[in-house]
Ligand binder design. Structure first.
Ligand SMILES: Cc1cc2nc3c(=O)[nH]c(=O)nc-3n(C[C@H](O)[C@H](O)[C@H](O)COP(=O)(O)OP(=O)(O)OC[C@H]3O[C@@H](n4cnc5c(N)ncnc54)[C@H](O)[C@@H]3O)c2cc1C
Length: 419
């Protein structure tokens, strides 16, 4: 240990969405704040959110927000009541980032640039008087049941409160590599086992590899539990085949509803024509067949399916592709309709946590006060953002979790430092 630096009333660990918000709020509430960020720049993950556009929140009310939180939504009642989705919008508009609302009430910067969100948050920190130190925190100092500082680069930095905003364990190259779980565990906290969520799905067989690179829009997507036949997820939208399986918006959303995928547990079902019921699709195929009456079956599906999919569907149907359309039987046609309405792909797992948008699990919320985000085990220790055992579906809800929990943590850490 090189020495001690008594520096701040509040130390924030991590300069991501939660850390920058917590630091700004604490400083605006009168605290001397130091924010430690181990990367050269803050907000590396924030910069890649929403495919570089940053879906900053969702334009919904409190109840709709809570219904989109997959894990521990009740814990967030006080946080979202204190700092709502409307507050997030106001915060960014006031920081000079005009916003727009898109499909599914998703809120984005008008510029479509996540970098504008990062810059606004950085400016908010700096203009509120937050000191930023680009060092990796190695540990939290706890004395007599109280957090009194952190260790970074072998030096002690003391403070009256410490807010842990180190994020989850997904996309570790952005800096969120799970350090906060280790800090919390050492302080006596329970860590709910972490696992990926909003993550691509691995499929069995070679079908997906054959269709690799193919994107499907406006499809129906279901995941069924094979044992019970129960539909555990159903949506419409966009997906893509990859060498390992499935990805894209509906697939990532589905992953948040699945538990412990193992071979034989779940099957994904793709409906290529969700707008047409069985009968209407059959009529449509009959009229296509009438048009291509003397063609081979394999050459009669161009108007119905993407090129790459035609040989695959024909293979699955068991109908000879060289058969003339005029000799296809009613049974064969019905089999084709059933297939187009329900391509079944057995699933075998999640992709690794590195590829997940969100980490499920983390610091158990049963040991954290929902009204202040302070640890119930160590006074002066606060948590905010993805490090907590909280996660939501896609649509801007995860960043809102970060902003709401960070606001509570920032305010309460600042106030308690004056006591
Ligand atoms: C590809 C992708 C797209 C996404 N898109 C969206 C979206 O559009 N909308 C949405 O709502 N959510 C989105 N998310 C989720 C969202 O990014 C996270 O929920 C959010 O960033 C969590 O904020 P956080 O501050 O808790 O953690 P992070 O943003 O991960 O920040 C943690 C910070 O802590 C720093 N840190 C970690 N350990 C230490 C240490 N020991 N010392 C110092 N610093 C440390 C890290 O370097 C990092 O900067 C997306 C996630 C990914 C991966």
């Amino acid at each position: 240990m090189n020495g001690t630096k008594t520096v701040a009333s509040v130390i924030v660990i991590g300069g991501g969405a939660a850390g920058m918000m917590a630091a700004t709020v604490a400083a605006r509430n009168g605290a001397d704040v130091i924010l430690f960020e181990k990367n050269e720049k803050m907000g590396r993950k924030l910069r890649i959110t929403g495919k570089g556009r940053c879906n900053v929140t969702n334009d919904c009310d409190k109840n709709e927000f809570l219904s989109n939180v997959a894990t521990n939504s009740k814990f967030l009642f006080a946080a979202i009541s204190r700092f709502s989705t409307a507050d997030t919008k106001e915060f960014f508009e006031e920081c000079g980032v005009p916003l727009k609302v898109e499909r599914g009430k998703r809120v984005f910067p008008v510029s479509d640039k996540a970098q504008d969100v990062v810059s606004a948050m950085e400016n908010a920190c700096v203009s509120s008087g937050v000191s930023i130190i680009n060092k990796k925190v190695e540990g939290i100092i706890v004395e007599n049941g109280k957090a009194v500082g952190v260790i970074a680069d072998g030096e002690r930095y003391t403070a009256k409160s410490v807010i842990v905003c180190t994020g989850g364990a997904s996309y570790p190259r952005t800096g969120s590599s799970g350090d906060g779980y280790r800090f919390a565990k050492r302080a006596g906290h329970t860590i709910v086992p972490i696992r990926p969520s909003l993550v691509p799905l691995v499929a069995e067989g070679k079908l997906c590899a054959h269709l690799q690179g193919l994107s499907l829009k406006n499809i129906g997507f279901k995941v069924k539990d094979m044992a019970s036949g129960k539909v555990v997820y159903e949506d419409f939208g966009e997906m893509m085949f990859t060498h390992f399986g499935l990805t894209g918006p509906v697939v990532l959303s589905a992953s948040a509803h699945l538990y412990d995928i193992e071979s034989g547990k779940y099957v994904a079902c793709i409906d290529m024509k969700p707008a047409l019921d069985f009968k209407t699709l059959d009529t449509r195929i009959l009229s296509d067949f009438a048009e291509f009456i003397n063609k081979d079956f394999i050459n009669s599906l161009d108007a119905l399916l993407p090129q790459k999919m035609i040989p695959v569907i024909i293979g699955m149907s068991g109908i000879d592709g060289r058969k003339k359309v005029n000799s296809i039987t009613k049974e064969e046609r019905e089999k084709l309709v059933s297939l187009i309405k329900n391509i079944e792909i057995p699933l075998s797992g999640f992709r690794p946590i590195d590829e997940a948008i969100i980490t499920k699990g983390g610091v158990s919320v049963t040991e954290v006060s929902p009204k202040t985000m302070e640890s119930k085990l160590v006074s002066g220790l606060y948590f905010a953002g993805e490090v907590l055992d909280l996660d939501a579906y896609t649509g801007g809800f995860n960043l809102q979790i970060a902003f709401s929990t960070a606001t509570l943590a920032g305010e309460n850490a600042a106030w308690s430092s004056f006591e």
